[in-house]
Design a protein around this ligand. Sequence first.
Ligand SMILES: Nc1nc2c(ncn2[C@@H]2O[C@@H]3COP(=O)(O)O[C@H]4[C@@H](O)[C@H](n5cnc6c(=O)[nH]c(N)nc65)O[C@@H]4COP(=O)(O)O[C@H]3[C@H]2O)c(=O)[nH]1
Length: 900
Amino acid sequence: MSEMQDFSSEGFLADGIRLETLAQYRIMDTAPESRFDDLVTLVAKICDTPMAIMSLLDENRQWFKSRIGLDVSETPKDIAFCRHTIQQDEVFVVHDACADPEFAQNPLVTGAPYIRFYAGAPLIARNGVRLGSLAVLDRVPRDLSELQMTALRVLSRQVVAQLELHRNLDELTKAVAERDSAAASLHASHRNLEYRVAERTSELNRANAVLQDEFERRAREARLSQDIIDSLPGIVYVFDQEGRFLRWNHNFEKVAGYTSEEMARAHALDFFDSENDRSLVERRIADVLQNGSAAVEADLCTRDGKRIPYYFNGARITLDGRLCVSGMGLDITQRRLDEETLRLRNRAIQASVNAIIITDLEGNIEYANPAFERITGYPLPETIGRNCRFLQQDDTEQPGVAALRSAILRREEASVLLRNYRKDGALFWNDVHIAPVRGADGIATHFVGVLNDITEIKHYEKELERQANVDTLTDLASRSLLKERIREGIATAQLFDASVAVGFLDLDNFKFINDSLGHNIGDQLLKQVARRLVGCLRGQDTIARYGGDEFAFVLLGQKDEKTVASLMERILTTIERPFDIEGHRFFVSCSIGLSFFPKDGRDVDTLLRNADVAMYRAKERGRNNFQFYTPAMNRRATERLSLESKLRQALDDDEFVLHYQPKIDLRTGKIAGTEALIRWTPAHEGRLVSPSTFIPLAEETGLIVPIGEWVLYTACAHHKTLQESGLRPMRVAVNISARQFEPQTIVATVREALVASGLDANLLELELTESLVMQNPEEIIKVLHDLKDMGVHLAIDDFGTGYSSLSYLQRFPVDRLKIDQSFVRDIGNDPNDAIIARAIISLGHSLGLAVVAEGVSSEEQLAFLRDNGCDEMQGYLFSHAVPVDELKNMLERDKKLAVN
Ligand SMILES: Nc1nc2c(ncn2[C@@H]2O[C@@H]3COP(=O)(O)O[C@H]4[C@@H](O)[C@H](n5cnc6c(=O)[nH]c(N)nc65)O[C@@H]4COP(=O)(O)O[C@H]3[C@H]2O)c(=O)[nH]1
């Protein structure tokens, strides 16, 4: 018992340590573990007991960590055999519990599991504390062998080792758990840190972004400011009190031609090279610094020495604590030019010969130039402020005034003609042009008016009108006036069922007079004819000079052709009377054609055209007569047209032939030469057409030029052939018409014809009419000399019909005169003709020229001519013009005229 008490007192203290130690192993109430179960099984096997336990004691119970053969897992502490075992250093053995008083009544002995044998080894921890026991039990009394005892001891230490292992493992697990927990909390705190870092980072980023935005905004603003400064039209600058530049725009560098470095070194006054500008600018800079602002105009001098007019303004500013001048400069070149232009315009307005006024929209004059005063006679002080109506005085009912008013109301431009009155009351014609002056908004604020005094022009116009209506030479009506009168006549005749006669009158031989005696005489003749014609007509009739020697007239209210016919007779007789001009006496006749409204035409042009046709007919009828138009005349005119076209074709189709009329030497009676005379054999007509039918038309149309050339070439060729056939050389005369005789070309044409044919020049004779050579004698003489130099013979044809000037005749290098056949024809009957023929023969001889008579058709004529010494003759008496073959026969026979 004492042992028990000892145990108890000591055990009480030891129990506390043991419990604390046991707790450290943290094994109580844990699940079975194989490491302990294996040892318990092993000990049971070795000790050959049905039961074995590993028992641990805590405060109130024994708990079996491992057990074999027992159903309970714990028992109360006070009945535990282990209580005893833990007090031993060695194995505690109870051989027969029933026999041991200590245990005989123990419920574990008396009841299940009915323990009779017990052997337990204490489980002693490393610190010496007894934790429990490893024990084997049996239900029968028994003993353990020494080996079994040893095994129990060894295995109990194994159990303790396993317990240590368990504890270490547990501590390790705990440490791992703690480490894991620490790691988890570290992780958590890491995550927290990361989160905070992220938070902070994003805060920083946000702040950064704001900063960046701000930075960019400022950069943008700076760029924008620079861009704005750079884009300003002028130059921009800031310089300090010392004139050193602190800021400037790119344009400044560009304009001045300076680099940025040079700008940084430059002084504000460096940009002005004239003394005047420098001191002016210097004063203005001082003004800016003193008064806050100033402006100046000066010439900016660029690096390459160019001076550009600039307007500079400046303002005083403080920059980085320094007093500076900030400003802008604008190129005012254009403004200066504009000012100059304006000045010039002002000057032009001042000096303008036209009056220029500026009015308000009501027409009140605000400005007038000096010309206004000169034109109107109103001094400017009397003009300004007055409404420009005052120039019309009471004469306000003018179409121009209304037009002007309406244009002013509509704010439009207008040009009108006004009757205005000067201060002295004199009328003047005012050609006014007004135009609104609009402001920048397009709204008219004023009118500008240009007044042009056209009184003179008006007079001139009247004169022009008069001249347009009047022929200046004759004072007769002009063409246009005549047409107007015919038109009026038609209109009146239509109303009153009357008729109108339209006439064309052509002087028959005016051209000849004009050409031979000169234009002066021609003009005077026309004037006199005009006077006589006017004397024949009534006041209501109109006569006009239609052109050249053509007159046209309109007779109004003519009832019948008979009255008109008697009037025409009167005209013919009047014109027939001789005209005396500058000592010359002329006899002129005229041909008149007439047409009637409405019979021959219902309009002006038709009536004139038909009167013209009738006039041609009168000419064809032998001139000096009048003809009324008939539709048949038109047919004739049409025929003429058709003739003309046929004539053109004839040349291409080789329809012309040349016939030759022999010329006879009146001394020998032999053929001295021939005259080429053209004939036309129109295709399919089988007849010869006489040249008098088509030559005038060919001359009129100019076809005579190619036809004449053909004649020239053919005649030369024929005569060369005749000569080559062995006949004696024969002179051939070719007619050259006036139209063909072109001074510039005729010599060359003749030369070419001679060259082409090979005919000797002295076998060719050109017959030129008297009127042709007298047309323009000075020029003709020159050409005749050229022809003569070539060796060509020249003859004057139709001599006696024109007006030859003897002085010229003397100078013409001609060989022959041909007496016109009209004088030859009546030699026997008309003593005058005989006298003329004789005179021509003696004139020719006195000039050293041979004389040829043409149209000799009777012995009587031949005798006269021969008796009067005429050299040659041609005419039907000897031969008609014959084809070249016949001429050849004639020459071969050497036909001879009996001249004696
Ligand atoms: N009654 C009468 N007449 C006679 C007599 N002898 C000759 N004749 C004709 O009188 C005209 C003379 O020619 P012209 O006075 O030069 O008059 C020529 C001439 O001016 C012109 N002509 C003829 N051939 C040409 C030509 O090749 N060129 C040019 N430019 N005019 C030509 O045509 C006019 C007429 O020529 P033709 O009809 O051939 O008429 C020719 C001729 O046949 C006669 O005894 N009695």
